[in-house]
Design a protein around this ligand. Sequence first.
Ligand SMILES: Cc1cc2nc3c(=O)[nH]c(=O)nc-3n(C[C@H](O)[C@H](O)[C@H](O)COP(=O)(O)OP(=O)(O)OC[C@H]3O[C@@H](n4cnc5c(N)ncnc54)[C@H](O)[C@@H]3O)c2cc1C
Length: 585
Amino acid sequence: MATYTAPVDDIAFLLTRVFDFDATMAGLPGFEEVNAELAVSVLEEAGKFAAGVLEPLNRSGDEEGCTLENGLVTTPKGVAEAYRAFAEAGWCSLSGDPEYGGQGLPRVLQILLDEMLSSANLSFGLFPGLTRGAVEAIGHHASAELKATYLPKMISGEWTGAMALTEASAGTDLGLLNTRAVPNGDGSYAITGTKIFISSGDQDFGGNVIHLVLARLPDAPKGVKGISLFLAPKFLVHEDGSLGARNGVNVGALEHKMGIHAQPTCVMNYDGATGWLVGEPGRGLNAMFTMMNAERLFVGIQGLGIAEAANQKAVAYARERLQGHGADGTPGPVAIINHPDVRKMLLTGRAFADAARALAVWTALQMDIADRHPDATVRREADALVALLTPVVKAAFTDFGFETAVASQQVLGGHGYIREWGMEQYVRDARIAQIYEGTNGVQALDLVGRKLGLEGGKLPQRFFALIKADLDAALPAAGAALVTPVAEALARLEGATARLAANGGAIEAGAAATDYLRLFALVALGWMWVRMAAAATGEAATPVLQRKAVLARFFVERMLPQTLGLDAALAHGAPSLMALHADAF
Ligand SMILES: Cc1cc2nc3c(=O)[nH]c(=O)nc-3n(C[C@H](O)[C@H](O)[C@H](O)COP(=O)(O)OP(=O)(O)OC[C@H]3O[C@@H](n4cnc5c(N)ncnc54)[C@H](O)[C@@H]3O)c2cc1C
């Protein structure tokens, strides 16, 4: 059975030929010593860990699942040891703040490590992924004391993190949440309430579990303005940093779910749990958004990771599986990879994954620029681009990721449906990424309702101008056959954006959102294909470069035309969506 291989060659191609990683890093204070050679060697090691330690636990973890006994979670065999080895090898602290013991490496490396974790073992990747999100929120919003107590051990991976927003009656609409926080009079609060669906709510790796909990203060107004954020650890922490008594942070049950069985998704009871305010009272959602934005990109990368792993397995199978005559008359049985329809499924997954990785690297570079560039204007502009791209990466990558998992399963025929090959697990595991961290529908609303309006509505134009400049620059190397269709798709996107701005109104925006986001994503992926195709021409073509040229053509000819249909659907607006009375469905 084929095993996962980390796409290190592709990463090297992106960092050296598509993006001038070394030059960007050289301009960012603190990253002067970082270059593509270092990044690739670090990621090569990460790939070995992912393939050698984490992937072998993927299926056994799925089959065994987590258990809860006497209020304690047990993760599947091997997971706790793998987590400790992961933390000891320094992978948890890769991009962590050096002030608290992190290695301070760029986000680009982090995002590529995240992809490998998601390919090898999605359930496992959530532990460090959520911890990192919690670290971001604490780092940005908590007091110096909380930071000093919690960040070093969370960054090193000794302690893990969880985010506790969702309640039975408060999902997308967090303004409905009921969990309460009452001041204890000593600066701490007593938190009481029940949260559901809490990923990494507990673990058996040792150490502590740090919950970031949204709750209401006694005098808080209704709605989102009355929500505050609290840090509540599983174990209280002594002044010297050692673990003290158990806090009232209790696992009520484990959720039974479709996939990610090795991940303990918990019902959490906060039974007068001692917690501390993070950020200002009533500004909890704002503080939590620091965590959620980090997590949204991470979840998008999960879609890419699953697509990469599923596609690799499907290609390996399609090379071996003999069925039928060749379409060109070759007598059979031939390997199914020769059948045009099988090729289409494999190429669709590959054309998505390669372009998505490129777009992820571009986005992470903007994050690094936003963190460190000496010029405040450049930092602000990069930050806005990340904000624009965050819902696109989250929703489009997880939608395409799920579609790739299903198509890869289809390549295996009936063998994809039975457990042995692991394809049905990819389908089950990929599905959650479209739902959690804000459903993909909600991401699309974020894009049309909030992000398009940033910079006084000028942000999308700034992004589109950037694409146009790249298309012009790539034309001589990539050729008109590739560049013109992407430019035309961009014009469609600009037209749809202008219509949305002109028609306004929440109903039109809501009716357009999902199709608009996919149109946006296809243009962004097409942009990446043009950049990759341009970078792949020139010198003697290696197999990686040859493959890029063919994949770019496939994307432009067979995937990009979806933009025509999306544009046509968008042009009709909301009326047909809203015409039927709710009783008439
Ligand atoms: C396995 C798993 C792990 C999770 N991990 C965590 C975690 O660690 N921490 C945490 O706090 N939560 C977690 N969640 C919760 C998850 O984030 C929510 O389930 C998700 O945000 C959707 O909320 P909901 O389930 O209440 O759906 P609802 O909010 O009820 O939404 C139902 C449907 O209505 C749509 N909808 C809702 N409101 C609107 C609107 N205003 N406009 C348009 N469409 C709308 C949604 O898009 C969706 O299609 C997890 C969930 C699962 C299943």
